[in-house]
Design a protein around this ligand. Structure first.
Ligand code: GLU
Length: 280
């Protein structure tokens, strides 16, 4: 009887919590421990990029692949994907918001670049995009980046998109605005000839005007998306890299893709980073 009681106590005290998946403890003084203690994760994200980061005007819910990634981080850190506060973060504010601590991390179609890495630290890539063009459906003169000479192209301040078109088409006439969504009415109205940024973003903007716009579909340049965090927070970076590695293997990445980007029928071959077999 006594042995039985001892066994019961052992099960309740030791084995049960582990079996129930009690969250791992994080070392004190880490960003992970602070966020868990606070119980809420603050994420910088886009609000105007359907499919990736979008605030639904009717429900107020933030949707898209980046939002799904953010929810997975929140779930792991705080126990629920609902413990999250989204802060709209336009391209040119990403480094500032990270440095100033406005957000814990930025998940916002944020390409990993050497220049940015001088101010912030990036996770491993969790998604690969490519730069593309959105044009008016009736305009057959633009079928690739080399056709942009003499055209007016709209893109966003502080993005790799603006740098790449500038480098590839010297002397190009650019309309540089704060967000890609601002470019769309200008394109539809004929004030600019093309919008250029990542295909992921253009796909969502195109879907809002399928009758008047056309996605060129010839990506130039590869854009690896990373989560951006405070410079030198290597413990947080390693933790995020562990999460990414897990999602690539356990089906979470594919689930997020199917629920967002995949809705349009596109497949994930070029977008999905290769999972590391050791993590699967
Ligand atoms: N991925 C590119 C960048 O980080 C373009 C998209 C964006 O501006 O969010 O600059």
């Amino acid at each position: 009887m006594r042995a039985l009681r001892a066994l019961l106590v052992a099960v309740l005290v030791g084995v049960l919590p582990a079996a129930c998946g009690e969250a791992n403890a994080f070392p004190e003084d880490t960003t992970m421990a602070r966020i868990r203690e606070r119980g809420i994760l603050t994420v910088g994200i886009k609000f105007d990029q359907p499919v990736f980061g979008y605030k639904d005007p009717a429900s107020g819910r933030i949707t898209g692949f980046d939002a799904e990634v953010a929810r997975l981080v929140a779930r792991d850190l705080t126990g629920s994907e609902r413990n999250i506060r989204f802060v709209e973060t336009v391209s040119s504010e990403r480094e500032n918001f990270i440095e100033q601590g406005v957000v814990d991390l930025v998940i916002a179609t944020y390409s990993i670049t050497e220049t940015r890495a001088q101010r912030v630290t990036f996770s491993d890539p969790y998604y690969y995009a490519g730069q593309d063009l959105l044009v008016r459906v009736g305009d057959s003169t633009i079928n690739g980046v080399t056709d942009l000479k003499g055209k007016t192209v709209c893109t966003a301040r502080g993005s790799t998109s603006v740098e790449r078109v500038r480098a590839m088409v010297p002397g190009i006439d650019l309309e540089v605005v704060d967000a890609y969504s601002i470019c769309v009415p200008a394109l539809v109205a004929g004030r600019v000839d093309a919008v250029s940024t990542d295909d992921t973003i253009l796909l969502g903007l195109y879907a809002q005007h399928p009758d008047s716009l056309r996605l060129v579909g010839k990506p130039f340049g590869r854009e690896p998306y990373g989560m951006g965090i405070k410079k030198q927070d290597t413990a947080f970076r390693d933790y995020l890299n562990g999460l990414i590695a897990r999602w690539l293997c356990n089906g979470e990445w594919d689930r997020a893709y199917v629920a967002t980007v995949g809705v349009s029928g596109t497949t994930s071959e070029s977008a999905k980073p290769a999972p590391r077999p050791a993590n699967c």
